[in-house]
Design a protein around this ligand. Structure first.
Ligand SMILES: CC(C)(COP(=O)(O)OP(=O)(O)OC[C@H]1O[C@@H](n2cnc3c(N)ncnc32)[C@H](O)[C@@H]1OP(=O)(O)O)[C@@H](O)C(=O)NCCC(=O)NCCS
Length: 370
């Protein structure tokens, strides 16, 4: 019998696959296909960065135009998926609604090739996220406007009114930050499902299930609730101190890879300030966030992660809090598709071992004799 290796808890420090999609590093850097996140955040569009992640290179102008046209063509969601969503109780969590919708999509999209399925699931996410919310809130389904970009359409469908160019630009920056993050819990989940040769809908449904948790994608919703509870910068230090004393988590802080700085949170922090200044709202929210950030660093030496600054940006773009994690999912699905493809290049089914700690040799006792 070959020797069984014991992996550390949470697979910390264990490489389980090769990837050329993205790399996050402890020194506070993140690259997508070799390009620094800062450059993509400052100069790229969601569609261009999506192309980069899926195909491994920046597109030429004509490649990008063709890609955008394809995404637009695929962006309509079949209405029987919305009919399915209409059967879900109105108090359901938006991530449960979205997970059900994506699973439903998988049951209805049989007529297209598997390559088309991968593009269409990405292209349909804005309409799905917006309409899962709208349907649960009793509103009419909104359709994408072909004259708008993906991020403009997203805000348009979600809020029912067309965004300003600046709002759409801010929102698109956040979508770029969320696109991909190497082997996090949901990407690993997607790769495990891919390794069984299940289809892309099955893999993404599982990815959504993993992303929902508050230790992963659910943190942006939890961080916003926490910020609302703290209320103002004056309360930040005592809130953090009390939370840590109870050994509870301060949401939106800490990371397996980044120990001093999450490059995405620094970019998002700058964006939050820019947004508040442009809106003339004052910097109260920014000061609150900074006060929480400096208290968590003072007491626990943990950096703010991307979810911490994403939350107030979404709130100030008039985005409903319960759609924070679905929005994260609508971008991260690009990374999931890339991981799905990469897994299948040199696939072997994931089947780890476990150390058995239960009893052995017990004698079965008939039910009436127990
Ligand atoms: C992201 C997260 C799950 C990483 O988990 P991890 O890699 O197992 O965490 P670490 O091993 O680095 O944790 C080191 C220590 O900091 C603590 N810690 C980590 N994040 C913390 C947080 N947000 N609040 C309070 N304490 C935290 C851990 O409990 C641990 O404490 P200990 O050494 O006293 O036992 C974790 O930091 C967390 O739960 N953060 C809050 C949720 C969140 O924001 N998630 C989004 C991630 S992008």
């Amino acid at each position: 019998m070959s020797e069984i290796l014991r992996a550390p808890k949470g697979l910390d420090g264990v490489a389980v696959a090769d990837t050329s999609i993205a790399k996050s590093d402890a020194d506070g850097t993140l690259i997508y296909r070799g390009y620094a996140i800062k450059d993509l955040f400052e100069h790229s569009t969601f569609e261009e960065s999506t192309y980069l992640i899926l195909y491994g290179k920046l597109p030429t102008r004509s490649e990008l135009e063709e890609f955008e046209a394809k995404m637009l063509r695929f962006s309509m969601v079949p209405h029987n998926v919305y009919d399915l969503v209409k059967t879900i109780p109105h108090e359901a969590h938006q991530m449960d609604v979205l997970r059900t919708a994506v699973s439903g999509l998988g049951a209805t999209e049989g007529g297209i090739s598997s390559e088309e399925q991968k593009l269409s699931i990405i292209a349909q996410m804005p309409a799905l996220v917006a309409n899962c919310y709208r349907i649960i809130k009793g509103m009419d389904v909104a359709e994408p406007d072909p004259a708008l970009s993906l991020s403009q359409n997203f805000l348009y469908m979600l809020r029912g009114k067309k965004p300003s160019d600046f709002e759409a630009w801010c929102f698109e920056r956040m979508l770029i930050l969320y696109l991909e993050h190497d082997l996090n819990a949901s990407a690993f989940t997607v790769r495990v499902v891919a390794s069984t040769l299940a289809d892309i809908y099955a893999a993404c449904t599982a990815g959504l299930a993993a992303l929902k948790g508050p230790l992963h994608g659910g943190a942006n919703e939890a961080a916003m609730q926490m910020l609302l509870k703290i209320g103002s910068a004056d309360n930040a230090r005592s809130y953090v101190q009390e939370t840590l004393a109870k050994r509870e988590k301060v949401m939106g802080f800490g990371h397996r890879v980044y120990k001093t700085v999450d490059p995405r949170s620094q970019l998002a922090k700058k964006l939050l300030r820019e947004l508040l200044e442009k809106q003339g709202k004052g910097l109260e929210t920014y000061k609150l966030c900074e006060a929480v950030e400096s208290a968590v660093w003072e007491f626990k030496k943990l950096p703010a992660n991307v979810d911490f600054y994403a939350a107030p940006i979404f709130l100030n773009l008039d985005i409903p809090i319960e759609t924070n994690t679905p929005i994260f999912a609508s971008s991260r699905i690009v990374g999931w598709v890339a991981h799905y493809n990469e897994q299948l290049v040199d696939n072997r089914i994931y089947r780890p071992d476990a150390t058995y700690t239960g009893e052995k040799g017990l004698k079965y006792v008939p039910i009436d004799s127990r």
